[in-house]
Design a protein around this ligand. Structure first.
Ligand code: COD
Ligand code: ZN
Ligand code: ZN
Length: 375
């Protein structure tokens, strides 16, 4: 009944940084060719959304609708959309997969050229947006914009998932879980019996721990400045947790002493360039691998003695856990349904969509791992 028509609905509009999101009535235009209109059912509150709210991302365009970790149901599709139909359960993809660009055709890369993160053009592929509020266009965020009852995305930025999937849980496959878990099993390729160090025990860091455990690591050391994060980390599989504040020497020295000259795999899941160097130096000089998962502030640089790499260490990064989103997200959903993976414990809070600002407060106070908003 709504197909082909403009939908009026509620959305959390970000008019400017450093102020609460405001729940507004917006208009959502019908999907154009190769676009999909989705009814969002559940969406998580992620640190990256908060980075925009805090003003940390300078090249973003306002007003916009944030949110990129979600699950929903297709309301209608534009011309030429062949892989989706109304009623399908879906997950929007902030890391799209066009299937045609140099990265998409390379089996070893997942960084599709059509990704908007970093560029922050804030529009769909046709360079316009489907949202308006109070007569003004409202920009998209991360190809997805999920803090709204309805959104429109390009068909390369959404994928159909199994009809049995619980949307209020699998929304985390849209960001936190996949990013962390894939960093361990895909990017680092953690081996059985190995020793891992995970710096930062937020939702993404805990998902790295889940991945290390599934991969068979025998020691998983969690590192965080907030010791309140330790019980949860241990629940997910950390064998030890340490707080840098409890030591008067650099944390990489503590770790190398604990691990017979360094860990096999180190993960930076904070976005702090100093911690990135610590992670690198915590890894074994001859065979350690370090994966950067956190996004550092704009213009930040990392510095270290290149000898650190010359002796055999590997330093790499991965976005969205290295997953090719359209191919891999449905498989991760099936792994969840079949209980091969579980991340329910990441969801510490659930709130109605209207309380979205409370969700951000919980994240800022360090009280929540993930808040899932229901629409
Ligand atoms: N040393 C040790 N621990 C620290 C330090 C420090 N110097 N600073 C902060 N911490 C701890 C905090 O106490 C907290 O527990 C943890 O680090 C960070 O957790 P959260 O809850 O703030 O963040 P997450 O887990 O939700 O996400 C963190 C990322 C940095 C991974 C995230 O913001 C990010 O960059 N994501 C990956 C990039 C990406 O894919 N972006 C696109 C969509 S998200
Ligand atoms: Zn995210
Ligand atoms: Zn591509």
């Amino acid at each position: 009944a709504t197909a082909g028509k403009v939908i009026k609905c509620k959305a959390a509009v970000c008019w400017a940084p450093k102020q609460p999101l405001s729940i507004e009535e917006i208009e959502v235009a019908p999907p154009k060719a190769h676009e999909v209109r989705i009814k969002i059912v559940a969406t998580g509150v992620c640190r990256s959304d908060d980075h925009v709210l805090s003003g940390a991302i300078s090249n973003i365009k306002y007003p916009l609708i944030l949110g990129h970790e979600a699950a929903g149901i297709v309301e209608s599709v534009g011309e030429g959309v062949t892989d989706l139909q109304p009623g399908d359960k879906v997950i929007p993809l902030f890391a799209p997969q066009c299937g045609k660009c140099r990265s998409c055709v390379n089996p070893d890369s997942n960084l599709c050229y059509k990704i908007d993160i970093g560029k922050y053009d804030g529009v769909l592929l046709d360079k316009t947006t489907r949202f308006t509020c109070k007569g003004k266009p409202v920009y998209n965020f991360a190809s997805t914009s999920t803090f709204t009852e309805y959104t429109v995305v390009d068909d390369i930025a959404v994928v159909k998932i199994h009809p049995d999937a619980p949307l209020d849980k699998v929304c985390l496959i849209g960001c936190a879980f996949s990013t962390g878990y894939g960093s361990a099993v895909n990017a680092a390729k953690v081996k059985p019996g190995s020793t891992c160090a995970v710096f930062g025990l937020g939702g993404v860091g805990l998902s790295v721990i889940i991945g290390c455990k599934v991969a068979g690591a025998s020691r998983i050391i969690g590192i965080d400045l907030n010791s309140n994060k330790f019980p949860k980390a241990k629940e997910f599989g950390a064998t030890e947790c340490i707080n840098p504040k409890d030591y008067d020497r650099p944390i990489h020295e503590v770790l190398t002493a604990m691990t017979d000259d360094g860990v096999d795999y180190a993960f930076e899941v904070i976005g702090n360039t100093g911690v990135m160097t610590s992670a690198l130096l915590s890894s074994h000089f001859g065979c350690g691998k370090t994966v950067i998962v956190g996004v550092a502030p704009a213009n930040a640089t990392m510095s270290f003695d290149p000898l650190a790499l010359l002796t055999g260490r590997v330093l790499m990064g991965a976005l969205f856990g290295g997953w090719k989103s359209k191919n891999d997200v449905p498989k991760l959903v099936c792994d969840y349904i079949n209980k091969k993976i579980n991340f329910d414990g990441l969801i510490t809070h659930t709130l109605p969509f209207e309380k979205i600002n409370e969700g951000f407060e919980l994240l800022r106070k360090g009280e929540s791992i993930r808040t899932v908003l229901s629409l």
